[in-house]
Ligand binder design. Sequence first.
Ligand code: ZN
Length: 456
Amino acid sequence: MKSSPWRSAAFLVAAGLALPIAFIVAHSGSAKSEPARPIDNDCSAGYAEFTFDDGPGVYTAKLLDRLNALHLKATFFAIGRNIDDGGPKAAALMRKLVATGHSVQNHTYDHASITGESTRKPPLTREQIVEELDHGSRAIVAAGLPSPTQYRPPYGDIDARADDVARELGYQLVSPWGVTDSNIVDSKDWSGASTEQIVSNVVNGYTSDGYRLNGIRDDTIVTMHDGGQQDTLNSIAALQPIVDYMNAHHLCSTATIRHDAIGGRVPAPPLPEPGGDNLVRNPSLERHHGDEPTCFQHAENDTGDTAGAAAWSQISGAHTGTAAEQVIVPRSAGGDRKLLISRDPSDSDCLAKVKSGHRYGTWLWYKGTWPEEGPTKTEVGMVVYYRQSSGDWKYWQTGPSVEPSATWKLTNFVTAPLPKGATAISFGLDIGGEGTLATDDYSMAAQSEQVAAVHR
Ligand SMILES: [Zn+2]
């Protein structure tokens, strides 16, 4: 699996340059002078999630006028100190944001790096993390707004330890940085990009460090900044052409953030397993034929060459029932390994009927050990394939990395809407290098109703 290009320190430093600035009220006359062509379509292609960081700033009021004129909904990750420094006028502006359908959430009190990675400082202690988030929320609540339930770590600096602290406080991580092929669009307004570049970045996507980043589509998180100067003005000017594109492509916007907006850095809390029909046959791997669990296959070596074989075995000590499946991958072995829902044509009876346009939740239980650091660093994450109308299978998506666990742990990944013409889904947990990985208790269920509910 590829890791995220967004993790590079250079990007993070550059992205985090916006510092708290004094709040100055800028009266906007633009709403009158520039007639807007707002969002006006059937939303049939889905919803994108616009986010603005580092405000309130000098152009937040102007931005709000533009968003409202264009019928866009957004989430603002505000810096607590900026609200305090802006006094009653900043507080009134924040209330107006919420009153007109936008969401104001937590970007810490003073934009400190939680892990210290981008600022080359020691990581914040547990007490300091609590204080940064609590103080940020106190400033938002003092302005008369609802208490935040989401946070975005400054510079994108976050790890599982720090996120655990935030989760205990009741905050969901919304990180703009995603794995390759994710629906994350960084407008790169922070980089000094022109309005035209911002529009192109958002609409067309771009290539960064050899990775292809997609443009705006269903469930995209678009990141921009309202705490800046010219960069914020450039983003404001970019909104109309972006809305024109959204209307042409039947996209709308929502201030509701996707549940798995975790940036590929820390694992999302898994959704509960489906209670009803499981679309996976032989889900607990109890039945075997030959070497493999019935309706499953040992899949190997999609990439790389093999210098040593991996060892597959049925093991006891299962999560439920009496059998689980384990693979031991020696250091000498190349490529990746995963136990997949069988893609063998002779197993086609095992495959559930699926509908294009629906999202599917996939779940399985795993335990195992693998190196998380160093030259043999191994990544493990859900991989999903679909069967095309031709009968050929196509690699589709990879979920965020999961952490090693000595005890059984649940992991879950929700797919994008299934492409047109797809006739079946296969998935499994991929180990991309050396290590030991056991899996058990697979399940899959359509998620369409849940997603529709989220967007209401
Ligand atoms: Zn920021």
